[in-house]
Design a protein around this ligand. Structure first.
Ligand SMILES: *Cc1c(COP(=O)(O)O)cnc(C)c1O
Length: 236
């Protein structure tokens, strides 16, 4: 596996998908999903041109920060976040993608207040209504978006979604399209100018081109950059 070749190939596919959709490739940000990767691999990815890393687990985020593994890149938190762990994330990442409850939102707001900063967030939407997954339901999204806008120490930047594991190519386009519509809808209702809805985080290795066709501004890619991960539970 050649990481720098993979980075280049993914960047080229992103640009091609953007052009095919009549979009400017510069509108789309590649976020390298770095779960289970070592400090050295993260540094190699950054040397190969990655400018943004997305971390899933608080423990890995903390370890990589301590090791200065992200130097040269920005870092986002993209995994499920427990309320009791917000202290380890708020103020340490430039964007939290996975806010999906009022309780979590309020915990982030309170911690950001304590640190005297404003934390950028996305709301994670459970587009397919899968019970096993995080994310706010489509029905509950408007109320959570409103709550986010009323938090003084949180800035709502957009939405994130993780659709079902794709049954066949193109299977997730309908979810991407649905979330893009919700994104536009919420944006049009924003009245406070602290919120800049400019981020639609959707698409992973198997479907980032479809997500770009449906309006994604940020794609989270792991496997296509780093190769297959060891099965869950054997990684550490
Ligand atoms: C692992 C992960 C990704 C990347 O998945 P790949 O299929 O390996 O590209 C994207 N988003 C989140 C939230 C992830 O946990």
């Amino acid at each position: 596996m050649d990481l720098s070749q993979n980075v280049k190939a993914v960047q080229e596919k992103i640009a091609a998908a953007a052009r095919a959709a009549g979009r400017d490739p510069a509108e789309i940000t590649l976020c390298a999903a770095t779960k289970v990767q070592t400090d050295e691999t993260i540094q190699a990815a950054i040397a190969a041109g990655v400018r943004l890393c997305g971390e899933n687990r608080v423990q890995e985020l903390t370890a990589h920060l301590e090791a200065n593994a992200y130097v040269g890149a920005d870092v986002h938190f993209i995994g499920h976040l427990q309320t009791n762990k917000v202290k380890q994330v708020v103020g340490r990442v430039s964007l939290i993608h996975s806010v999906d409850s009022l309780r979590l939102l309020q915990a982030i707001d309170a911690q950001a207040d304590k640190l005297g900063l404003v934390q950028d967030i996305l709301l994670e939407v459970n587009a397919a209504g899968e019970e096993s997954k995080g994310g706010v339901s489509i029905e509950e999204l408007p109320a959570l978006a409103e709550a986010a806008c009323s938090c003084a120490h949180v800035r709502l930047r957009g939405l994130m979604t993780i659709p079902p594991v794709s049954a066949f190519p193109g299977a997730n386009r309908k979810y991407f399209s649905q979330i893009q519509n919700l994104f536009v809808d919420i944006m049009s209702k924003m009245s406070d100018n602290q919120s800049i809805m400019d981020c639609l985080s959707m698409g992973m290795s198997a479907d980032f081109e479809d997500a770009i066709a449906e309006g994604a501004t940020l794609v989270r890619v792991g496997t296509a950059l780093f190769g297959p991960r060891p099965p869950l539970g054997t990684a550490h």
